[in-house]
Design a protein around this ligand. Structure first.
Ligand SMILES: [Mg+2]
Length: 219
């Protein structure tokens, strides 16, 4: 079997990492300005969770808080070069990776985002050595849900879709395209655990403490 993972909000606790990063950016760059810390953290989080280019995130923040271009540029540079250092894993992710390795499962990470940015996070999260294959939309030039990015991972793994389980948090970008290609699907859903799963999701995972049981049912 092969396991393919999304990164953000699947292995990487993006919200937790963004909160810490927002706090550091505030202290570094905005402390002396008439900007409210909580308000800044909230807009930093919401802009970074919208699917839009990161340059646009910082344009919007600069506009909203009347920051000049040099400050905006410095903040953006700090974010690009330092964000990975704030990266947090969800609980039991390392145990999950160790379990899969002990079962001789080959692993891929299939993630949307700029190549250096995603790879820095994978490294900082301590996950780089677990992945046999890493495919980023930044490198490939197409994003999930485009089947090309999934097929690239399959090709690099030397796997067929029916031998794969895809683990991800997005129904539209991860679960549906993976199922359409013939993979099994595990939906990481912490946000709203009572939400029922669509028929293209084979299993729902609220915590990685459930992973071994789910894997053994599906593999
Ligand atoms: Mg995700």
């Amino acid at each position: 079997m092969f396991a393919l993972f999304d990164l953000d909000d699947t292995l990487h606790d993006k919200t937790a990492s963004l909160k810490v990063c927002a706090d550091v950016i505030y202290t570094e760059f905005l402390f002396d300005l008439a900007v409210n810390r909580d308000e800044f953290t909230a807009s930093f989080l919401s802009e970074n969770c919208i699917i839009q280019p990161k340059a646009q995130v910082f344009d919007i923040l600069a506009q909203g808080y009347s920051l000049d271009i040099s400050l905006k540029t410095a903040m953006f540079h700090f974010f690009d070069t330092q964000f990975h250092t704030f990266s947090k894993r969800f609980d039991h992710v390392i145990e999950t990776m160790d379990f899969l390795k002990s079962e001789n499962v080959r692993l891929a990470c299939v993630t949307n985002g700029r190549d250096f940015f995603q790879r820095n996070k994978i490294e900082a999260l301590g996950l780089a050595n677990y992945f046999d294959v890493i495919v980023t939309s930044g490198e490939l030039g197409v994003k999930k849900p485009n089947p090309l990015i999934f097929n690239t991972a399959l090709e690099q793994l030397g796997a067929q879709a029916k031998e794969c389980i895809f683990i991800g948090d997005s129904l539209t970008a991860d679960m549906l395209p993976a199922k359409q290609l013939g993979m099994k699907t595990v939906w990481v859903n912490r946000v709203n655990p009572i939400r029922s799963k669509p028929d293209y999701v084979d299993a729902k995972l609220e915590s990685y403490s459930q992973f071994v049981d789910i894997w053994q049912q599906l593999a």
